[in-house]
Design a protein. Sequence first.
Length: 332
Amino acid sequence: MSAAVFSAADAVELAVVERSGFVESRHVGSAIVLGPDGSVARSLGAPSAPVFPRSSMKPFQAIAIMGSGVSLDGAAAVLATASHAGTPAHLSVVRGLLAQAQLPESALKCPNDWPLDSASRDDVIRAGEHRQPIYMNCSGKHAAMLLACVVNGWPTESYLDPQHPMQQQVRDVVERLTGDKVVATGVDGCGAPVHAMALSTLARGIQRIATASDGSPFALYRNAALLKNAVLANGWAIDGPGRANTVVIDELGVFAKLGAEGVMVMAAPDGTTVALKVLDGSLRAATIVALSLLADAGAVDRSAVDAVAPQLDLAVLGGGEPVGEIRATYAA
């Protein structure tokens, strides 16, 4: 794997930022759309080039945790795949997972952080508290991994080591659901291993999760279906009130999971799946680009996308008033 994911020359324009009728910034990247039957419906840029999925890999990690013998459902299953906002409701579920494992918050190996939710962060500061691992948006995944370690008698101190049984389980699930071998492994922002894969590979794995049946004869797919159904029923848990993934899940019934550095995956109810990466790492256009691609494919209603757009923080402000917008502009 080369040092660069893919070059700007390989990328295509996905979105622009327009201010007062003037294009101020352009976002380029790659994207792929899989039809309900798994065929490639659309390819933009270089979707065969490997990328780090970052938190878009969390659904695979959550399924690996379930497959290790941990019983997760409802909000607990979603927190295992979440990039949560750190609200009291989120923290309650994370603490519940740690309580099941009979472990203290100090067992979490994710970095100290503040809640992403501004009101929750303000409350933490007013209370005189400081950044803590439990506030970090990946703490639910880490708590669930620790629970898996306790259930299986695995060491908890080294649960982030790529050679640890928990991480080997994740790698196995990634390869089984995507159908491809891992091409490279790095360290994610939260400290867990993250496996590089092509956007086409990522899309295939996410589609298999989104279309999994709870009646499957295979435990892997039953767990995938459980996770998918939990996410769609508890959109608040995967992100937070008013935040992009939660809005898309609650308003459109679309399975959605963002990843840092401009990665987004979405799967519509009919199985149409999008995976994309914005090359400059910005997520501000990723949601509307993914939704526009789903609408173009006929998987979601265009008017429904237009209806939720005002909730996606796409307005460009001048003096506190809207003077432009972030909009998808990829070539037809």
